[in-house]
Design a protein around this ligand. Structure first.
Ligand code: ATP
Length: 235
């Protein structure tokens, strides 16, 4: 693990209305690390990301980004602090074309990638730059969603199931993009059901079950964890 945790979550609880969904999630991500959150459907992975970025407000516990206390910040301020969230539903503007989406990122901070840099990283977005969001394939939408977050200057990326519903060749391409981002020093917290995909990228894993983190291990401990993985993920 990297020397110091950049993102630190401790004893996080969260509710949807009266429904208590997270029961004390503790995890950390070091600077430059790629960490994957795995677990069955409904384990609370998406809720954890939504609570971290402050979209889900009914929560308690500790969330820190470096020296900053994120619990005190509204979602747009969390984004400005450098935390970028790519939700499962992607959140691009369907009526705008690729380039317009890239020129309208939410909350651009210092250090956001230029549109030229984005096109270097995603050559297919350059080819499709005049295509409206409605005409993009699932993979192109996913890449555009990641690209928009890179435009904001976020250095910590929270990616919710980026491979969901995508063809294997596109999954591979998304994997290459994440690897490149990792080599550029981005810190990544990834939620993934596709364990094979995650296993090739992650430095560490956390397993979630019933709104809690029940296990955590490094990539080099994977083989020793096959029973846990089989029990909780069926892999
Ligand atoms: P999945 O892979 O299916 O998205 P997950 O691990 O991300 O699973 P969450 O989406 O975080 O799980 O869901 C955790 C629990 O919270 C589940 O019991 C789910 O039914 C519940 N839940 C999720 N969204 C809401 C909501 N908007 N209102 C009420 N309950 C919700």
């Amino acid at each position: 693990m990297a020397a110091r945790p950049l993102l630190e979550v401790r004893d996080l609880e969260a509710w949807y209305g009266e429904s208590h969904v997270l029961h004390g999630v503790t995890l950390s991500v070091g600077e430059g690390e790629t960490v994957t959150l795995i677990g069955r459907n409904g384990a609370g992975k998406t809720t954890t990301l939504r609570a971290i970025v402050g979209i889900l407000r009914k929560r308690k516990g500790v969330i820190r980004l470096g020296d900053r206390d994120l619990m005190a910040l509204a979602a747009h301020r969390v984004a400005r602090a450098g935390l970028g969230y790519v939700p499962e539903e992607r959140g691009i503007f369907a009526s705008l074309n690729v380039e317009e989406n890239l020129l309208l990122p939410p909350h651009v901070a210092d250090g956001g990638m230029s549109v030229e840099d984005i096109y270097r990283l995603f050559p297919n977005l350059l080819e499709r730059r005049k295509s409206p969001g409605t005409k993009l394939s699932g993979g192109e939408q996913q890449m555009l969603a990641i690209a928009r977050i890179l435009r904001t200057g976020a250095r910590v990326l929270l990616l919710d199931e980026p491979t969901e519903g995508l063809a294997p060749v596109i999954v591979q391409r998304i994997g290459e993009v994440i690897r490149t981002l990792k080599s550029l020093g981005y810190t990544i917290l990834l939620v993934e059901q596709n364990f094979r995909f995650a296993a090739k990228l992650a430095d560490r894993f956390y397993v979630m079950e019933d709104g809690k983190v029940i296990d955590g291990f490094r990539a080099d401990e994977l083989s020793a964890k096959s029973e846990v993985l089989h029990a909780y993920l069926g892999v």
